[in-house]
Design a protein around this ligand. Structure first.
Ligand code: ATP
Ligand code: MG
Length: 447
């Protein structure tokens, strides 16, 4: 993409309405624009990040055996009257009346609708287990929308729903999503910690929030430092095999949100040097709730004995749009964003220091074509602004690699690579530079 043709409205000044760094940088880097309280337009650069996040989430859901569908944003109130939640949900639900005076709503979540879809198509335990998911916009009329896309009113969520014949089978589905979440966040370059969370009326141990540690996080959390060093399950893991050894490894350490925190247990289980009290961002939440919806909504399956019973369900959310903010909280410096390769809006910023100079133009054209042919995503800055401004803009938008090309370097046969993650610079002949970038982009994508 040529920058002169792109739409990248960067801001030099920090917008005063933004309180946390991710919100500031998303506005400054031209990723989003506020269109109402907690409602954002995703500008081209932000949309590319959102799509990358979505793609990783999707790939890991598919890998774990979940099946994608797409439910509408608008739902009928009658469906929610079946579960009893239409009145219970309160003011967070955006209620709408259509021209026939029918009560409608903009979905804040989809348990009712997926239960309705499931009961229309499945009758027997032989069709189980099933995990269905979609990635769809939600609306929740949050009391305090804030921190940009972190707590929006309209936001993109991946929500999955599992269906099993009994509690034991439901635990296996839960484990699949648990492991899928570990992989999902790790692939984005995030250290997420599964923390015990409130289970509501059902009780048991099957509710975890996945938390990314960050000073600006909304939740107070307590965990064992050793959790931060656990290795992520490999891509070739057998999701139909026994996942409990992996789950046990993560859940044997103490990790809880404030609501579930027990100081005596924390101290008993965790040596003082490993006790972390911090703040965190909830990027995912997994939850087993059994027959809570299947019973009132009569989503029944026949078991091996022929008797019908309500199906056991769980739900599993990921804050797809929130992750864009969480990623910046985890990866930035004073100059701007520092995107990991896997979620970067482009892999490389190609900086032409002197557009119009024949040698610089030719070298840039060659780099642009060769990298593009290898699937490397390049944003080519061939605009007529001064170099200082180009560097500041590239640092702000935070692409993992900058390839800097100017007449002076070329006279020496060299171009420069700057890695945004650590600022390391190297001068190399053009071909060597392209090989180096290609190798590092591939390595970054292979996680
Ligand atoms: P929170 O406690 O942050 O309000 P929640 O318990 O309401 O979250 P869920 O209903 O479990 O969240 O939704 C699944 C995921 O969707 C959350 O883990 C979070 O990442 C994301 N999410 C929830 N509310 C918002 C919001 N207002 N803006 C952006 N993302 C959100
Ligand atoms: Mg909420």
């Amino acid at each position: 993409m040529r920058l002169s043709r792109y739409y990248l409205p960067v801001l030099k000044e920090s917008p005063s309405e933004a309180q946390i760094v991710s919100h500031k940088l998303m506005l400054r880097a031209g990723m989003i624009r506020q269109e109402g309280a907690g409602i954002y337009a995703w500008l081209p650069l932000g949309l590319r990040v959102l799509k990358k996040i979505e793609r990783i989430v999707r790939e890991e859901q598919d890998r774990a055996g979940a099946v994608e569908l797409l439910m509408p944003t608008i739902q009928q109130a009658d469906l929610w009257r079946e579960s009893g939640r239409y009145d219970a949900y309160g003011k967070e639900m955006l209620r709408i009346v259509d021209r026939s005076d029918r009560d409608m709503l903009f979905g804040p979540t989809n348990e009712e609708m997926i239960t309705e879809i499931f009961r229309a198509g499945v009758r027997s335990y032989k069709d189980l287990p099933k995990i269905l998911y979609h990635i769809q916009w939600k609306f929740r009329d949050e009391i305090r929308p804030r921190f940009g896309v972190m707590r929006g009113r309209e936001f993109l969520m991946k929500d999955s729903y599992s269906f099993d014949v009994d509690g034991e089978a439901a635990r296996r589905s839960y484990h699949k999503m648990f492991v899928a979440y570990l992989r999902t966040f790790a692939r984005m370059g995030l250290t997420s910690i599964p923390m015990r969370a409130d289970t509501g009326p059902i009780g048991g141990d099957l509710s975890h929030e996945f938390i990314v540690l960050a000073e600006t996080g909304e939740s107070a959390v307590f965990c064992d430092r050793r959790l931060l060093d656990l290795t992520t399950p490999d891509a070739d893991i057998d999701f139909d095999g026994d996942l409990s050894p992996i789950i046990d490894r993560y859940t044997s350490y103490y990790a809880a949100t404030e609501e579930k925190h027990d100081d005596a247990e924390f101290s008993g289980k965790t040596p003082e040097a490993d006790r972390v009290a911090a703040r965190g961002i909830e990027v995912g939440h997994i939850f087993y709730f059994g027959e809570k919806y299947s019973e009132p909504m009569k989503a029944l399956v026949a078991g091996p004995d022929g008797a019908e019973r309500p199906v056991h369900m769980g739900s599993y959310g990921v804050g797809v749009s929130r992750l864009a903010g969480a990623l910046i909280e985890a990866h930035h410096d004073e100059a701007g964003c520092k995107w990991p390769v896997s979620v970067a809006p482009f892999h490389v910023g190609l900086v032409n220091l002197k557009p119009g100079d024949a040698a610089a133009d030719a070298a840039c054209a060659e780099a642009y074509a060769k990298l593009g042919a290898e699937g490397v995503e390049v944003l080519y800055d061939e605009t007529a602004v001064r170099p200082g401004e180009k560097f500041a803009r590239m640092d702000l938008i935070g692409l993992p690699f900058q390839l800097i090309v100017g007449p002076r370097g070329l006279a020496d046969g060299k171009v420069e690579i700057k890695a945004r993650s650590d600022g390391a610079r190297e001068e190399l002949p053009l071909d060597a530079a392209l090989q180096s970038i290609l190798g590092r982009v591939r390595a970054g994508l292979a996680v």
